[in-house]
Ligand binder design. Sequence first.
Ligand SMILES: [Mg+2]
Length: 292
Amino acid sequence: MTPQNAIAIVYDYDQTLSPSYMQEDVIFPAFGINAESFWRRCSNLVAEHGYDRELAYMKVLLDTFDMDRPTNAELKKLGQKLNFYKGLPEMFEEFRNHLLTEEQIAHGIRVEHYIISSGLKVLLDGSRLQPYVRAIFGCEFAEDEQGRIIFPKRVISHTQKTQFLFRINKGLLDMWQDVNDHMDAEIRPIPFPNMIYVGDGPTDVPCFTVMKKNGGQAIAVYNPDDPQRVSFRKCYQLSAHADRVKHIAPADYRPNTHLRLLLEQMVEETANRIITQRKEAIETGTIPAPKH
Ligand SMILES: [Mg+2]
């Protein structure tokens, strides 16, 4: 039997871990791309030609680079410059050593972090968050013979993001593994009640719904420094009017913030529930006692 001791915190990226869009944060300044006309061309492909939003930005990026398409390695380097909300990446470092109690650790409990983004995986692979994250899922470009990016290899639209929640649930982190293969609930490495999803808005609704349906937890975060309050209103709408998500919090990952208190409380309760269930299982003889 799989131990089911892991707790997964799964994050969206743009506007959830970072106040900006990753393309604007590092790609546009590096290549002198005008943000306004870039996004206008994307919107045009979506509105006039029926493109998926993600394929639209990947196409406009390739069209803009034209003959000067960079390599994935060059893009990965740009990822080092990605900026995050306050408290990141420090929170991940602090969680490594101070999140779980000795008892929880003795029971084999561990916390894993995952990112599911409709942005570019290669940028996140090069970012300062990468060392702390078990797996990063995002859109990817294939390369030509010279190593330059040439065509979309993988596209994760906001509706497809839920597939990756099931990959985490089933432990199928490699793309060649078929996420649709049947797997009994008791051998799935990370049951949904052990999962916490952090997102920022309407594009995360499919994931919020999967969490809700399957007994997982979710938090919608907003940018507290947005003077227009667009980001706050999106979250407020999701929780107050649409009943999509129970908790909303400012995207501030520093210790003692509302978001940190929520995350830490959710981890603590989940860990304690896992331990209680294990103790019951040991008493009834279903599983052997943990070795100390
Ligand atoms: Mg987002």
